[in-house]
Design a protein around this ligand. Structure first.
Ligand code: FES
Length: 153
């Protein structure tokens, strides 16, 4: 687990809230690493005096955990109501075409994770997407495609 273990242990022990649970510990690690390696499950089990099965039960129940390392780039396109009304779907189609996916997921080369979002919090600038948590708005399908092409070099 080389460089991961110190980060996992630190994330678990850094929690300052009054009640530290298996879930809060898993969330702390996930926030730190962006995913949940199996070593994190082992560390949380040891920390909480629980079995690995107990920790897996919590981890697998929580839908927002990912168990593989994140891709190099994270792309989200909003398909909430405001964005939908002003052309989110053609933007989504162009982004998917550019990265070669048919829906949410990771590209096989590990370059791009694509997710849909129900509101990126910038409705006034719809349609909106974010690349590596950087928001961009008033997109056209063409401008969205150009941004993805630029990202992929
Ligand atoms: S609905 Fe798209 S940013 Fe709010």
């Amino acid at each position: 687990m080389d460089g991961l273990k110190p980060r996992i242990v630190e994330a678990i022990h850094r929690q300052t809230q009054a009640t530290v649970t298996i879930l809060s510990s898993l969330l702390a690690v996930h926030d730190e690493l962006g995913y949940m390696p199996k070593e994190a499950v082992e560390e949380v089990a040891a920390f909480k005096g629980a079995t690995i099965n107990d920790v897996w039960a919590v981890a697998s129940f929580y839908p927002n955990f990912r168990f593989d390392p994140p891709c190099q780039h994270h792309v989200e396109v909003c398909w909430g109501a405001s964005c939908h009304l002003v052309g989110a779907m053609p933007v989504i189609e162009q982004v998917l075409a550019a990265i070669g996916l048919e829906g949410e997921g990771d590209t096989p080369d590990g370059l791009v994770s694509f997710r849909l979002n129900t509101c990126l919090g910038a409705c006034a600038q719809a349609p909106v997407m974010s690349i590596d948590h950087h928001l961009m708005g008033r997109l056209s399908p063409e401008s969205a495609r150009a941004k993805i092409d630029g990202l992929l070099g």
